[in-house]
Design a protein around this ligand. Structure first.
Ligand SMILES: Nc1ncnc2c1ncn2[C@@H]1O[C@H](COP(=O)(O)OP(=O)(O)OP(=O)(O)O)[C@@H](O)[C@H]1O
Length: 257
């Protein structure tokens, strides 16, 4: 896939292998007092640029919480989260929002598609949310959005509305939407749960080509063996604790195409 040149869209490539994310001594507690839920306990992990890190573990053991912290959607109760060399807790709400929009693509478990928008319009949404975008950039993004949909096997669904599509198609639209702005970091929560083997292959091939060509970094939560087998490395979460240590998570970068 050729590099897209949408001015102002791309934050630029990071040094391959350089650190993009670091969590140190991170705890996450939801609620207070008797209602407090200790979702994450002393999480320490790093993610290098260009990696695909898979976080696996049983339901309710903290995978989404880790993704939300890395994606700057939540803040840690204790400990530090550093993304692109910035300490997230020190950023203002606005700075965090700007950084999220510039740096990160999200695939949510719920897809979160807008019913009154077509597949392509949903994919274009991250760009639309940025406010005024010059017409040439919009046209270029539209072409790239259509290309992403085609690469995910959705060429003939480009102008269909979500209500006319099945769960697998909606999930792939949500994935295309996360990739539209060529984010340096993609955070994907159970992104292949509704896909058949052929669609998983399309998604993983697309992710691999973005890793290879643009150094895109992926942090995914999954219990799907088809996705785990394509990850650079896997971290196991149990009851809010990572079972691997930082030293044994630094495996050789393996990018499959
Ligand atoms: N906003 C919240 N308020 C209170 N508790 C929460 C909140 N979000 C998550 N939790 C709790 O934190 C714990 C970890 O949840 P989390 O969603 O991170 O796990 P998960 O491994 O992603 O689960 P799943 O695979 O089912 O999505 C669970 O006990 C969950 O109920």
């Amino acid at each position: 896939m050729d590099a897209m040149v949408i001015s102002g869209l791309n934050t630029g490539g990071a040094r391959p292998g350089g650190e993009l994310v670091r969590l140190s001594g991170v705890h996450k507690v939801y609620g207070r007092g008797l209602n407090a839920v200790h979702a994450l306990n002393d999480i320490n992990m790093q993610v290098a640029s260009g990696e695909m890190v898979a976080i696996c573990g049983p339901s309710g053991h903290g995978k989404t919480s880790v993704l939300n912290l890395i994606g700057m959607l939540e803040t840690a109760t204790e400990g530090s989260v550093v993304v692109a060399n910035l300490l997230v807790s020190k950023l203002s709400e606005q700075a965090r929002a700007d950084l999220r929009s510039e740096l990160i693509g999200y695939v949510f478990q719920s897809f979160s598609l807008i019913p009154v928008l077509t597949a392509l319009e949903n994919v274009m949404l991250p760009l639309m949310l940025r406010g005024r975008v010059a017409a040439p950039a919009q046209a270029e993004a539209r072409g790239y959005g259509a290309e992403l949909l085609a690469r995910l096997g959705l060429k003939t669904q480009t102008h269909r509305y979500p209500a006319r599509l099945d769960a697998s198609q909606c999930q792939r639209i949500a994935i295309a939407r996360a990739l539209l702005t060529q984010p340096r970091l993609v955070v994907a929560d159970e992104a292949t749960s509704r896909l058949d083997n052929g669609s998983v292959r399309l998604v993983m091939d697309l992710f691999a080509s973005l890793q290879r060509d643009h150094g895109t970094t992926f942090v995914v939560s999954t219990r799907d063996q088809r996705q785990l087998s394509r990850a650079t490395r896997t971290l196991q979460l149990n009851e809010g604790r990572l079972s691997s240590t930082p030293s044994d998570t630094r495996r050789t970068l393996r990018v499959q195409g």
